[in-house]
Ligand binder design. Structure first.
Ligand code: BG6
Ligand code: BG6
Ligand code: GLC
Ligand code: GLC
Length: 921
């Protein structure tokens, strides 16, 4: 009995001594609570540094956005392939997510050895060929599982730091752990692997997601526990990911919701931030590693290094005569001879000491009882430090999560995986305890990931696959707006045919492109002079102008005032409309102090009018937003005169009625005599040009030229371009004031583009592809997308966030993804508009070139209109299209700065001069 007591006393004394000895020797490895709190603070600062745009480039902890935006919600389903590369084992899997509406995951997997060509690459091989080996394993797996005939999406778990700009991409920043294959770093692993897979002709696999193992782990655990928002790996390497608020992630646009950040905390300390706690053993281990100077934190923590640290310590202690009586074995001198599982075995609660003896003997040593106790304690200190460090960094993440959520207490779950955590007997308990001590304000649950990262990766892939399918649907809609070169050539040819048809006497009255003679027969010659009034009705603004033209110097002074025309007047009675116009004239004359003065007036009236002289114009039909009654079939000049008479306040001499295209051509023609075309791309779309009299069959005379107002907006009203019209165009047409009319205009002008966009958005929303499938009242409202909004949305300088703000102003509550789609829709619609307009213009310039028998035509087009002027891309695409379709015409585009009013005044001046001359004769 006494002997037993003595033995026990002896043993505990021995133990105490040994422990003291080791504690003294490894004093530097023991971290106090204060130090841990300090490390926690430092890691918090590192996280912030990595997240901010300006500090990220120099940050050691990279905080990589993963493009995983949500934890699984149970709606994931499908069959997927999965590769799991980078941990201690390389696996290929088939994962079946959710069957028959059940939340259930089934996996079939096969481990493959990771031969040297995967890990290190082989000097004689092609760079990057390690991915060929990976692809070969996948091919083998598919063959054995009889999957080769299937097209399956693949999720790749790749446990290395990768820079991602989307889910299906990952540029390897650097190899870590024991990998160092040549030619892969700085390249996109997904495209490299895709290329490698193409070598297998019978394999059709689509990599939809690249996922870090931490992310996979978090997702695996989140499938079972929705509170899981952190993933930690304590295995061969160590790392963590967590869900960060988008508003804190500078590197990714948008601020809505959250995104998973792969911290790559293994690199903490790579900038020297942990020098004060690193020991001589850490330094020695680092020097002997594959990546010296890198992954400082990881090298103090993870399984790949823990055994080696123990070995270096034992060697040093032996050398100092503190162990094994100063004896060292050659195994103890050999790198890698002590591994994590040794450490774990030595720390086992009961068998630990016996295991230690056995392991030491295997290393060729002859340990005493005291040695065994000391060695066991070395292991404890090393693994305890590992758990402590891990806990400090994890505590920093948890604190950040709590602060992001602005809550007093955080309830959360941490998903964990990795061999060290799994096989070490005390590691989990230590880690949990320290974390709880460091962040008492968090109720943390630790959840071991039972099925590895791939289950989670499959969740991510499932979501990606759904997104991809949705993308396909969106592309299908947008494709309707993409015109091929042949289609454009066809439009050009048809427009040409319609132009010719409208000029022929026998078909003139039937033509949809009306080709209206304007009785404007020449450009101003610079001798015009005088004071004129002008009205400008039919565009965005109604204006009254006073234009003073001075002869000889080609100088014009203008004064104008914009008046509103309320909707009820635009669509009221003709009398009301013209009374309102005269009211505005009266106000203007008053404003200019011109009351009682009778001035000649030019009337820009931007609607189709049949003219028999320059001062007569019978309205054929309203277009755009006008629909006043009792005007169609009436002479608008008469209507204006009558309204002036009704008011009985002043008299005006109405000399000319002019279309806005003609006014624009004249305005530009005053400066450039080569300007023989006028183009409007504004609320409406139209074009006029100078035609040889001999070609205008319905007007007497063959001499000289006359301006023809084509009214090309009506192109297609006979169905000739129905092949390129979409269901959205039909919808817009049917909801318009003039169904069936102005079909070309409705595909090309500002008043309708926004409506087309709105129709597409409604359809995409109905298909569940936008706005969470909810069609808001706003979206149902006609006319919400004015040209100016389209122009803003498509501006290149605009960040997505601003697009969202614009949509919000429009009352559309969109996510960032929604904004991207809306912008694309706008782009597709406006691009088609510009191309169609270009095809029309190409038709006319080619016609003019051929008519004049010229090899090359140089011509200027005077242009006006809000679409042309405000839209960031319309004018460029229009011009490019003309160049492509009419390569033998050298077309100069001249923007009309002063609007059509000036042109109308010039026409009035010419007409007045001719009138005068006639009178004198
Ligand atoms: C596994 C994952 O479960 O955990 C691996 O599927 C991952 O991809 C691993 O790398 C981490 O553990 P270890 O110990 O194998 O590196
Ligand atoms: C202006 C003209 O400059 O351009 C208007 O003066 C014309 O009369 C207009 O209708 C076309 O542009 P929008 O975009 O206002 O229809
Ligand atoms: C290394 C890798 C990291 C990975 C970790 C755990 O630190 O760089 O991406 O998550 O190991 O496997
Ligand atoms: C409409 C009108 C036309 C006008 C064009 C541009 O197409 O019918 O006359 O030129 O809009 O404003």
């Amino acid at each position: 009995m006494f002997a037993v007591h003595l033995m026990a006393f002896y043993f505990s004394k021995l133990k105490e001594d040994q422990i003291k000895k080791v504690d003294r020797f490894l004093y530097h490895m023991r971290l106090s609570d204060d130090t841990l709190l300090d490390i926690m603070r430092r890691f918090r600062a590192e996280m912030e540094k990595g997240l901010a745009k300006d500090t990220n480039p120099t940050a050691a902890v990279k905080m990589l956005p993963t493009f995983v935006r949500a934890i699984p919600d149970g709606s994931e389903n499908g069959e997927f392939l999965s590769l799991d590369l980078g941990g201690s084992k390389f696996r290929v899997l088939k994962v079946q997510v959710a069957e028959e509406g059940k939340r259930h995951v089934q996996m079939e997997s096969q481990f493959y050895p990771t031969p040297n060509e995967i890990i290190r690459g082989n000097g004689t091989e092609v760079p990057g060929s390690c991915l060929n080996t990976v692809a070969d394993c996948l091919a083998d797996f598919m063959k054995t599982k009889d999957l080769k005939h299937k097209k399956l999406p693949l999720g790749l778990t790749f446990s290395f730091p990768c820079r991602q700009t989307k889910l299906e991409e990952g540029v390897l920043l650097s190899w870590t752990k024991k990998f160092k294959a040549r030619g892969v770093q700085d390249t996109d692993v997904v495209s490299r692997l895709t290329k490698a897979m193409r070598r297998h002709k019978d394999m059709d696999v689509d990599i939809l997601a690249l996922v870090n193992d931490t992310v996979g782990t978090m997702m695996t655990c989140a499938y079972d526990d929705p509170y899981c928002e952190v993933g930690v790996i304590i295995g061969t390497g160590t790392n963590a990911c967590y869900m960060e608020d988008m508003s804190n992630i500078d590197l990714v646009e948008g601020d809505e919701g959250r995104m998973c950040i792969n911290t790559e905390w293994g690199a903490f300390g790579d900038d020297g931030a942990l020098e004060d706690i690193r020991t001589e053993f850490d330094r020695e281990l680092d020097l002997g590693s594959l990546n010296p100077g890198k992954q400082m934190f990881e090298k103090m923590i993870s399984g790949l290094y823990l055994g080696e640290l123990v070995r270096l310590i034992l060697l040093k202690m032996a050398k100092a005569g503190l162990l094994f009586g100063g004896e060292k074995s050659s195994a103890l001198h050999t790198k890698g001879k002590i591994e994590t599982w040794h450490v774990a075995a030595m720390e086992k609660y009961k068998e630990g000491l016996a295991n230690t003896r056995e392991i030491l003997v295997d290393l060729g040593l002859e340990p005493s009882e005291a040695d065994c106790i000391a060695v066991q304690h070395v292991c404890t200190i090393v693994s305890f430090r590992s758990a402590n460090l891990c806990a400090a960094a994890l505590a920093a993440i948890l604190t950040r999560l709590r602060e992001n959520k602005k809550v007093e207490r955080l309830r959360t779950t941490v998903g964990v995986d990795g061999t060290l955590y799994k096989i070490h007997p005390q590691y989990p308990k230590r880690l949990h305890k320290v974390v709880r001590k460091l962040v008492p304000s968090c109720d943390v649950r630790f959840l071991l990931s039972e099925s590895g990262s791939t289950k989670g990766a499959a969740m991510v892939t499932a979501v990606a696959s759904r997104v991809k399918a949705q993308r396909k649907q969106i592309d299908k809609v947008l494709a309707l707006f993409r015109l091929t070169q042949e289609q454009l050539v066809d439009v050009q040819a048809k427009m040409r045919a319609e132009l010719e048809y409208g000029l022929k006497k026998k078909s003139h009255g039937l033509a949809t492109v009306r080709m209206l003679p304007t009785y404007v027969c020449g450009l101003p010659d610079g001798t015009e002079k005088g004071k004129f009034l002008a009205l400008d009705l039919g565009g965005t603004n109604f204006r009254v102008l006073l234009v003073k033209i001075r002869s000889g110097r080609r100088s014009v002074r203008m004064y104008n005032k914009i008046f509103a025309i309320p909707l009820e007047i635009m669509q009221g009675t003709g009398e009301e409309l013209f009374d309102h116009i005269v009211q505005c004239i009266a106000d203007f004359l008053d404003y200019m102090g011109l009351k009682g003065v009778s001035l000649p007036l030019g009337f820009t009236f931007s609607f189709p009018c049949r003219q028999t002289s320059i001062d007569k114009g019978t309205l054929i039909g309203w277009t755009k937003g006008f629909k006043a009654t009792d005007c169609e079939g009436e002479d608008v000049v008469d209507m204006l005169r009558e309204a002036i008479k009704r008011r009985n306040e002043f008299d005006l001499d109405i000399v000319a009625v002019v279309n806005d295209t003609v006014g624009t051509m004249m305005t530009c023609g005053y400066e450039d005599p080569n300007c023989e075309i006028g183009l409007i791309a504004g609320t409406g779309s139209n074009m006029c040009y100078m035609e040889d009299m001999r070609n205008i069959e319905m007007v007497e005379g063959d001499e000289g030229k006359m301006c023809i107002n084509t009214e090309w907006g009506g192109f297609g009203d006979n169905g000739c371009i129905d092949d390129i019209r979409t269901r959205y165009d039909t919808e817009v047409d049917e909801g318009s004031l003039n169904p069936g009319k102005q079909r070309y205009e409705k595909m090309t002008s500002g008043m309708y583009l926004g409506e087309i966009v709105r129709q597409i958005l409604i359809d995409l929303t109905k298909q569940g592809l936008l706005f969470r499938g909810q069609i808001s009242e706003r979206l149902r409202t006609r006319g919400i997308f004015e040209t100016k909004f389209l122009s803003q949305i498509e501006s290149d300088r605009l960040a997505l966030l601003q697009v969202r703000t614009i949509l919000q102003q429009l009352g559309l509550d969109s996510t960032c993804e929604d904004s991207i789609v809306v912008k694309e829709v706008c782009g597709a619609v406006s691009r088609r508009a510009a191309q169609l307009c270009g095809a029309g213009l190409a038709a006319i310039v080619e016609k003019r070139r051929e008519d004049q028998g010229l090899e090359h035509l140089r011509i200027t087009v005077g242009v006006d209109g809000t679409l042309y002027k405000l839209h960031p891309h319309f004018s460029r695409i229009l011009q490019e299209t003309v160049k492509e379709l009419a390569p033998r015409c050298d077309v100069t585009f001249m923007l009309s700065e002063d609007g059509s009013g000036k042109g109308a005044a010039l026409i009035t001046a010419v007409a007045k001069r001719l009138q005068q001359a006639q009178k004198e004769n």
